[in-house]
Design a protein around this ligand. Sequence first.
Ligand code: SAM
Length: 292
Amino acid sequence: MANLGNPKNTIEIIQKYEFVFQKRFGQNFLIDTHVLDKIIRAAGVTKEDFVLEIGPGIGTMTQYLAEAARAVCAVEIDRNLIPILEETLSGYENVTVINEDILKVDVAKLAEEENGGRPIKVVANLPYYITTPIIMGLFESHVPVDNITIMVQKEVADRMQTGPGSKDYGALSLAVQYYAEPYIVANVPPNCFLPRPKVGSAVIRLTRHREPAVQVKDEKLLFRLIRASFNQRRKTLQNGWSNSSELSFSKEEIAGAIRAMGLSPTVRGEALTLEQFAGLSNLLSELGGGRN
Ligand code: SAM
């Protein structure tokens, strides 16, 4: 089958099947061979790997993955794309296509059955509105994942990678960095897609840490503290945490933990590193005020 990274071939196949782009599925297909090559290289896909591709579209990146990997499983929600994928992937025996919503797929089971429970690689160019639930779902459930290489809105990539002091720093930065090492592989302008999206995109690779970046006694409490810090980011920790419906620490308890960490009483979450959040979480977990 002709290389779909070439825009001419993509247009041809879309016309042949009279494919109608669905906005609700965030369908913007990649038409740039350099970007496709970069994604495969950044993910470090080899002939040993089992790759889960989320949202193959017409199969453009799937072709590249099939060449590089041992096996590829591509999960596509839009049933109108299935006959197209049958044609565009017909030359590859190592690709399986599943017509399903990725949020309903048991990825841990897939990794167990297809890769003997060894870490898999995940590659995706997804609609932006489901990026965060998918990434966090993969990290939080104990799916063995080596890395996730994903095209996201440029601004979301910046949020994942940044640290304290930046306006982009927040709950997503901390959650991603708790589980993984983020690295922005490439910025991708709208003209690399058909149709062109309104915003710039970036490819980010999230390499999963073997152990979380910090050790905490109570992971749930850590994430509650993080959420409560950024729900109202202009509030001091003392005010944000004592007013949070997810927490039940007194102002005095919070002030004591902040003091014990050597931080200013008026400190805000946006100034704290992941290590400092972990330290505060460990001090507070001994007081038991995180709600179940
Ligand atoms: N990978 C292709 C490419 O790079 O050209 C297509 C990318 S397009 C931005 C996103 C794809 O994800 C579409 O094919 C869309 O139908 C699919 N998709 C959207 N939501 C999905 C979901 N919940 N589960 C699986 N696939 C989904």
